[in-house]
Ligand binder design. Sequence first.
Ligand code: HSE
Length: 404
Amino acid sequence: MINVAILGYGTVGSGVAGVIANHSGAIAAKVATPIHIKYILVRRDMPEGPFSDLFVKDFSVIEQDPEVQVVVETMGGTGAALEYTRRALLAGKNVVTSNKELVAEHGYELLQLARSNNLSYLFEASVGGGIPIIRPISQCLAANDLTEICGILNGTTNYILTRMIRAGLSFEEALQEAQEKGYAERDPAADVEGHDACRKICILASLSFGRHIYPSQADTEGITKITLEDVQYAEDGGKKIKLLGRAMRQPDGKVCAYVAPHLVDEESPLANVEDVFNGIVVKGDSIGEVMFYGRGAGKLPTASAVVADIMDAARHIESKKYINWAPGGADAAVSSEGVVTGWYVRADAQPSDVEKAFGDVAFLHRSGAPEEEKAFLTAPMTREEVEQRSAKLGVKSLIRVLGQ
Ligand code: HSE
């Protein structure tokens, strides 16, 4: 029998407990031993429920119990979660987590700590919710030289954008729906301002390109400035607006990672990733392109990935399968300033001024637009160049366009 302690009993923690309880027979058969939840760490009094007998408030009970072999951290954040993860690894316990903030900020240190104690530190649920992506990149695609990861990595913002486009909901109404469905972060600013997607692209970049890339090294812009007008103009150009995380390996080996809204061609697979779904395209020299798609947030999809990691840790109690990357540093990453893409510009300007600044452009249209408002798509250029050229145009929106 493998004894497990779950830290946290929120959306993910309660989902993990439920999945283990509901699938105990099948899990035991697949792992060849039962998985038993021995403790659930809670920070405050919780209402009575099926797992109340397992609740403890003191982490040292778990830390000091030699029977606990796997600690499942679903608390979130980098405070107590970091302290307890370190202490669990130092106490000889394997750790499984869904905590993307912790992996993005401290992944290198925690992977090293796990390795030096001959333990697993697994985090499949940290990116893409229920979508398998960490294991495919570290194992199935290991024979490739990976060159780029590009994806819709945040379910909440994709849900909001989809509901705004399809149901004409306001931003606030759509966000409230996402919160009710358990998709959003405790502080939804992390979703709508792009920080959650940033943490995820940093984890994927570290895993794919071999050095730790920190969130502070990835330029990040969310969806709070996107308006229904932009959505309508994009539609006229045959495009949809999606929040993308991108990480690209430069010829010198450095990594450019960033998060920003993009206009995506409506025929492309990423444009058709809707609602809470995530889609992640991975490019490699042998594979060409492969796309991963599925539910990127929510209690059970995330619990599915966490429980699979618990099962993997249980199967590898004796012989570990290490995930690894090298330390980061200022020389590991470059900013997104040099990234060349087309741009969508919405501005108050005369067509002649637009053409003077940008030459031939594709103008877009929407019904009810004020006479002075112009929206258009530019040729590929850097952010600095588009800002310089549009400096006199009274710009209202500036959004990257993903190339074909
Ligand atoms: N808030 C996150 C999202 C949860 O919406 O994608 C899953 O990481």
